[in-house]
Design a binder for this molecule. Sequence first.
Ligand SMILES: [Zn+2]
Length: 309
Amino acid sequence: MIWLTYLPQASAQNPLVPDASKTGTTLNVSIEFSDSSLKKFEPRLRVLLEEAFSEYVGLFGGMPKAKDGDEYTELKLKVSHGVGGEADPEYIELRIDDTKQFGFYTWEMTLLHEIFHLWNGETFRYSSDREQWFNEGVTEYYTFKLAVKLGIISQTQVASRFAYPLGSYLSSRGLTKTSMSLAPLVDGGKRDHYFLIYHGGLVAAMVLDYQIRSSSNNTFSLDYLMRELYLSKSRDNRYTNEALVDLIDTSTGFKAKQFFDRYIEGKLIIPVGRYFDLGRLDFRQRMGGTFKQERDTVLEDMLEVTRSE
Ligand SMILES: [Zn+2]
């Protein structure tokens, strides 16, 4: 359980003071609004912060760590109008409006994405832009998964919501012309290749998670890699794509080198249907389990869908 303590807006007269009587799992959060019209979002922001911190501390096995390597005691969240967000150690910037990116991606999902970056990207970090697919794609994957768990994506929407990034990966410019790994370094970089990097990265994370689960009889998952990264990597000791292959092996036993050679460093398209079938997921949710296959069960567990029996 993570206790979040909320402090009044910080100022010169009222600086953030950590509560010395509480240690370990207490985080002092201050939320700063660019104007008072945004204050109505505060209760929802608190719920999402508490849910996300509980979930991610459990996933990684500890609080995010600051630049000095110590676990956080403070977090500042700055809220203004607009779309998008940013994360830095002990700091999140979030913009709020009514925009639904891709028709469904609201500021709530942006907040979950930025909170995940406090670990993936800020506690342990990529060596170069060649690992942006992992930094952004894995963050998106866990954002979608937590959105399902919190009901932001409803159970009946799971298949269609996860199908969206799969579709935009398959129609991304750059697909087969450049690799997911090199995309941030060619043309206009991350902006020109947003869908290959963010949504291609999400698809890569999903397929890796699926392969780890199915090859280990659902004993291991991508979660084990995330925990291993938290334990063994940092802002100074950064991970590379090559290190990820080794860490997947040590933490889950799955040999991912061929996958990386083909689909991350190589330009081949990930053959998703070889692993799982998102269309069947929706079909099974509505029609029941008449056509049950083992791969359906792994997918349901992976996306935290209520099991159809
Ligand atoms: Zn991001």
